[in-house]
Write a protein that binds this ligand. Structure first.
Ligand code: HEM
Length: 372
């Protein structure tokens, strides 16, 4: 195990140790049924689940369910049918090539302002920097004037408290109240933008900010520990894709099937891991845990910008099918620019502290200093 991989594991071991152990212990099975829950590790089965199984987007047990509790009905995640398609098309325009180019000056300004300490031999905590960058970009995307750090804090708190309120246990009522307060704070910040549907803006802020704040520092730490900085100059696109692949920022996608399907039809009736009747049959109401991390080989293939995984595989970290991440282009552009801005300093990690509370595995603080 490389130093980079060993460090990155800490983000899981700190925040989700039992889940991480369960996933590691079962990953040699393409899929595995545990009662009404199906763990999906295999790439083909993951893709089949995302593209061929209709999901119950409003179930309490999915991202959509959590989102609707967070922000009220109408969030991007849980809209159905025409409303969802319309909202997605609008967002796709704003997040297309021209839209992303238009947003770029927002985050490059943050990078210019905040990277100065590295130039003078100082320390830099990358996590608040990325939070500010993500907050500023999201505010620009939503066309609202708010303090970028306040927006990022509110979105991260809303996601973290919603995730905790989701866990069973004695603290649940208290966690539920904290989640409601955090959601209200976020809605108050973004609400005026879309009075008819403040939930949509709130969910977009959560989707954009929590993923970026989790992904970019983990990717940068990996680049530090594996000394991948030269690739930020020679193979920038490949470095970004490979780091997103091994980091797999949303490692597990929880979904609930709204109808039955077979996830591994090529295995044929009776031959599959789920027993007789097909490769891996799922039924309406089954809970699916789609393990993006394993579908893209994050756990067993180190990043190699000279021999990257094929793009179709790497992009599975952004999901697939009708709900695939509309922000993928923006996320890749931001990571590429952060890596390019850091690379000349050949930074190293001085100290890293995992975030125990965040909804996605990530660092609470990542202190860098110039290496060369
Ligand atoms: C590295 C960063 C990111 C990762 C790994 C990521 C990953 C994902 C994944 C896995 C999904 C669910 C896909 C599916 O169910 O098929 C998703 C949905 C979504 N993402 Fe991202 N995302 C990232 C950044 C962003 C950014 C920067 C934005 C916005 C600017 C964004 C906006 C959204 C939205 C709005 C959805 C919901 C789409 C829908 O339900 O139709 N994401 N993302």
């Amino acid at each position: 195990v490389t130093a980079a991989r060993a460090r990155d594991r800490r983000v899981y071991l700190r925040s989700h140790p039992i889940l991480f152990a369960l996933l590691a212990a079962t990953r040699h099975r393409p899929t595995l049924r545990l009662g009404g829950t199906v763990l999906v590790h295999d790439r083909a089965a993951y893709l089949a689940a995302l593209t061929r199984v209709p999901f119950d987007r409003t179930s309490e047990r999915t991202t959509g369910g959590a989102a609707s509790r967070l922000a009220g009905a109408g969030a991007v995640f849980d809209q159905q049918g025409d409303a969802h398609r319309h909202a997605r098309r609008h967002l796709a325009d704003r997040l297309g090539a021209a839209g992303v180019d238009g947003l770029r000056p927002v985050w490059t300004a943050v990078l210019r302002a905040r990277l100065a300490p590295l130039a003078t031999g100082g320390r830099l905590d990358l996590v608040p920097l990325v939070a500010e960058l993500a907050g500023a970009t999201t505010a620009a995307l939503l066309e609202i004037r708010v303090d970028p750090r306040a927006l990022a804090d509110a979105a991260r708190a809303a996601a973290a408290t919603a995730a905790r309120a989701h866990l069973p246990g004695p603290g649940r009522r208290h966690a539920g109240r904290a989640a409601a307060i955090a959601a209200d704070r976020l809605l108050a910040l973004v609400g005026p933008r879309d009075p008819a549907n403040p939930g949509r803006a709130a969910m977009l802020a959560v989707a954009a900010i929590t993923t970026t704040v989790a992904a970019v520092p983990r990717a940068a730490a990996w680049a530090c520990d594996d000394d991948l900085w030269p690739y930020a100059e020679s193979h920038p696109g490949e470095l970004t894709d490979e780091l997103l692949r091994v980091v797999a920022p949303t490692p597990l996608l929880p979904r609930v099937a709204a109808a039955g399907a077979d996830l591994l039809p090529h295995l044929g009736a009776g031959a599959g891991p789920a027993g007789p009747g097909g490769g891996c049959p799922v039924r309406a109401g089954d809970r699916l845990l789609l393990i993006a991390r394993h579908a893209v080989d994050a756990h067993r293939r180190d990043p190699d910008p000279r021999r990257p995984a094929d793009a179709r595989t790497a992009r599975l970290v952004f999901g697939a099918g009708p709900h695939a991440c509309p922000g993928a282009r923006l996320a890749r552009a931001q990571l590429t620019d952060v890596l390019a801005a850091l690379a000349p300093y050949r930074p190293v990690v001085e100290r890293a502290r995992a975030d125990r509370r965040s909804a996605l595995p990530g660092w609470a603080s990542l202190i860098l200093r110039a290496g060369a």
